[in-house]
Design a protein around this ligand. Structure first.
Ligand code: PMP
Length: 362
């Protein structure tokens, strides 16, 4: 068996101890005589798995009792619709503000527009190809908005908020799909945080929604699967939840806790990102398109001074066991996603390959 360093933006690398544990428990989960995949979601054993996942997430993120934690399906993308459906109760008079920082903000905005017409853009960095995060003073916020939506890490463009925007009494909603659990966050500053699991939390198939309880239940006659209140009331078991994905998510959370929690994740992520950006900035052969103050610790895009060598770079990297480094088509070049589970040794191996590639082609 040969494990590669997988720089995929998602689904992404998982901690090896988590995969080993899942392997060991595959046929017989802790004496149950069956796999978690084969268990009734209403069984005592499974109820303990989902309760443990929720308790760990609450502990790791410091989520108060005034928030519900939901494990839903449909990906972060379904949240683009569920958020306006749940948080807006009068589409005729209410509006929401969206801070535009990339393709995922655009998609969230486009879905909201289908639910109610008057959605505003509070700021946008589209004019600079989303290479930076708008600063607080650039936001034109509507104090009467139902919520403000932000994308806390922009997976494609490689930018990240290093501050929490100030929105006064208006609830802040964050798509944290690609940086949840990568750094400590004061959850009480947010009305809602959501994330598809397939980057820092586990496999695809489950989406975490952390929602302040007073924001739920504002609309009657909601399709029940799309209603936060109904989902919370049933403990995310309105129907069969993605049982195996939630189990793996729980194992990932246990791993994060064993490693020292979110603060330790942040410490490691800073080390990894600083090294990689320094290697890019330190060479005229490589370039990073993002503004230094807005750079993501999770997704690092970079290009070559000689773009015609991009395919050779990717092929050479792959031969060296460094895979899924191709950049998104809207940015080009390369993108290294270095989530929590990417070990520092993976980043070191990438930097060593970059130096070697430059030496032989520079
Ligand atoms: N938001 C962000 C920031 C993402 O990176 C992604 C997926 N890469 C999505 C939303 C969409 O997530 P999903 O595929 O779970 O719908």
């Amino acid at each position: 068996m040969r494990r590669v360093y997988n720089f995929s933006a998602g689904p992404a690398v998982l901690p090896v101890p988590v995969l080993e544990r899942a392997r060991d428990e595959m046929l017989d989960y802790r004496g149950c005589g069956m796999s978690v995949m084969e268990m009734s979601h209403r069984s005592k054993d499974y109820m303990a798995i989902i309760a443990n996942a929720e308790a760990l997430l609450r502990e790791l993120m410091g989520i108060g009792e005034d928030y519900a934690v939901l494990f839903l399906q449909g990906g972060a993308t379904l949240q683009f619709s569920m958020i306006p459906m749940n948080l807006i109760h009068d589409p005729a008079t209410q509006t929401a503000d969206y801070i535009m920082t990339g393709s995922w903000s655009e998609k969230a905005y486009a879905e909201a527009k289908k639910i109610f017409a008057d959605v505003r853009q509070a700021a946008s960095s589209k004019g600079v190809n989303y290479s930076r995060i708008p600063r607080q003073e650039e936001l034109t916020l509507n104090p009467g908005a139902a919520y403000v939506h932000m994308t806390s890490n922009n997976t494609i463009f490689g930018t990240e908020y290093h501050h929490v925007p100030e929105t006064g009494a208006v609830p802040l909603v964050a798509d944290a799909s690609s940086n949840i659990l990568s750094r400590p966050v004061d959850v009480s500053r947010f009305g809602l945080i959501y994330a598809g699991a397939q980057k820092n939390l586990g496999p695809s198939g489950v989406t975490v929604v952390i929602v302040r309880k007073d924001l739920m239940g504002r609309n009657a006659n909601m399709p029940v699967m799309l209603d936060y209140q109904a989902q919370a009331k049933e403990g995310s078991m309105l129907n069969t939840p993605p049982t195996y994905a939630i189990y793996i998510l729980g194992l990932v959370l246990e791993w994060v806790k064993e490693q020292g929690g979110v603060a330790e994740m942040e410490r490691r992520n800073i080390v990894k990102a600083d090294k990689l950006y320094a290697a890019i900035d330190g060479s005229p052969f490589y370039a990073c398109p993002t503004e230094p103050a807005s750079r993501s610790r999770m997704n690092v895009p970079f290009t070559l001074a000689r773009p015609e060598l991009t395919d050779a770079f990717l092929a050479g990297a792959k031969a060296a066991g460094l895979v899924t480094l191709k950049g998104h088509r809207s940015v080009g070049g390369m993108r290294a996603s270095i989530y929590n589970a990417m070990p520092e040794a993976g980043v070191d191996a990438l930097i060593a390959f970059m130096r070697e590639f430059e030496r032989s082609n520079g």
